[in-house]
Design a protein around this ligand. Structure first.
Ligand SMILES: NC(=O)c1ccc[n+]([C@@H]2O[C@H](COP(=O)([O-])OP(=O)(O)OC[C@H]3O[C@@H](n4cnc5c(N)ncnc54)[C@H](OP(=O)(O)O)[C@@H]3O)[C@@H](O)[C@H]2O)c1
Length: 325
């Protein structure tokens, strides 16, 4: 038997229960991993609340972890028992001592990267890889607006943007978070809980506005974000921390300056084993070179996953949060 966090109904963090389950043997093409550290992501909260439907209930939760391969199924060739590995994509069930998933979603972990770092880096870091290097291939010299810059994804984005020579304006909700984002390489910060974001962006850019907005806050920031873009700029809406963006009239992109808009996801970019490996290699290179440091600011025992989620949802956390089995 192994411990696994699961839920039978959607709702608040109280729906999460720690169960003893028999972990299945890996089927063809699958691996079983003994987790050493588990990543906590905002998307886990969307599944728990039902904003994103779990395929079936009761359901496991979580898609990110790092550990050691325990067993491999038929046909798996690139991994063997004992290998150190990490993963960031479904199926749900990473909040557990062990997890079974398709081998093609698992990457070998370089020796220099520890399990905690990997669990805090995989989903958020691969996301930053595609956002800054693929959704809009930043060349250096651009000015971008990145919301929630002191959070898990945001902390990595600040450092990666600095390494690329990009001026990142980060939004945050407190002075402490502003200081953190600046230490991580944000060129400027705006406290969106008390400042006029559009006016501050106008000042900071001498009226030119930004090339790209990366918006994971969603409902509360959608319109403001569009107003921060230069003509023909790109709006990247990639999350719903304040609730989903709904009822969009596409004509607004015309009204606000012939804008482009996209709603990407990690699964849409790391959609083949080759692409996943390439993206992970670039992320590991950024970490290995010291250009990106993963700040594990919160560690919780697996059994306290609910409290950990409440901390993230109530904006109390910075950087990455991991669960320890
Ligand atoms: N599409 C994708 O591929 C993808 C992949 C990974 C993550 N994401 C999205 O990226 C975002 C960041 O994920 P994360 O796991 O790193 O979380 P996080 O940034 O550590 O936490 C979310 C942050 O959002 C800000 N926020 C603004 N309004 C909020 C509200 N009403 N409730 C809660 N938080 C609010 C808070 O920062 P302040 O206090 O500074 O406002 C909070 O710390 C999430 O929206 C997530 O869904 C998308």
């Amino acid at each position: 038997m192994v411990k696994r966090v699961q839920f039978s109904h959607t709702g608040g963090s109280e729906v999460l229960e720690l169960a003893d389950v028999v972990m299945a043997d890996p089927g063809p093409g699958e691996v079983r991993i003994t987790n050493h550290a588990i990543g906590l992501n905002f998307i886990d909260i969307y599944f728990r609340t039902g904003l994103y439907p779990a395929p079936a209930l009761p359901s496991g939760l979580g898609t990110e972890g790092a550990g050691v391969v325990d067993a491999v199924g038929e046909g798996v060739t690139h991994l063997k028992p004992g290998d150190r590995v990490a993963y960031a994509q479904g199926p749900l069930g990473a909040y557990a001592e062990q997890h079974v998933l398709p081998a093609e979603k698992v990457v070998p972990l370089p020796d220099g990267i520890g399990f905690d770092t990997a669990a805090g880096a995989m989903l958020k870091g691969l996301t930053v890889q595609y956002l800054l290097r693929q959704t809009y291939p930043l060349q250096g010299g651009e000015t971008i607006l990145f919301h929630a810059a002191a959070g898990g994804v945001g902390s990595i984005a600040c450092q990666w943007a600095r390494a690329l020579g990009v001026k990142l304006i980060g939004t945050v909700s407190s002075e402490e978070k502003a200081q953190l984002a600046k230490r991580n390489g944000a060129w400027a910060t705006i406290d969106y809980s008390r400042e006029d974001v559009v006016e501050r962006v106008r000042e900071l850019t001498n009226g030119r506005m930004v090339d790209v907005v990366y918006d994971s806050v969603g409902k509360d920031t959608w319109l403001t974000s569009l107003d921060c873009l230069k003509p023909r700029g790109l709006m990247v809406s990639f999350g719903n921390a304040s609730g989903p963006v709904e009822g969009v009239n596409i004509g607004i992109l015309n009204q606000k300056g012939s804008l482009f808009a996209t709603r990407p996801s990690l699964n849409g970019y790391a959609d083949t084993p080759e692409r996943l490996q390439t993206m992970a290699a670039e992320l590991f290179e950024m970490i290995g070179s010291g250009k990106v440091e993963i700040d594990i600011a919160q560690r919780y025992p697996l059994a306290e996953a609910g409290a950990a989620q409440d901390a993230v949802a109530s904006r109390k956390t910075t950087g990455s949060t991991i669960l320890l089995p």
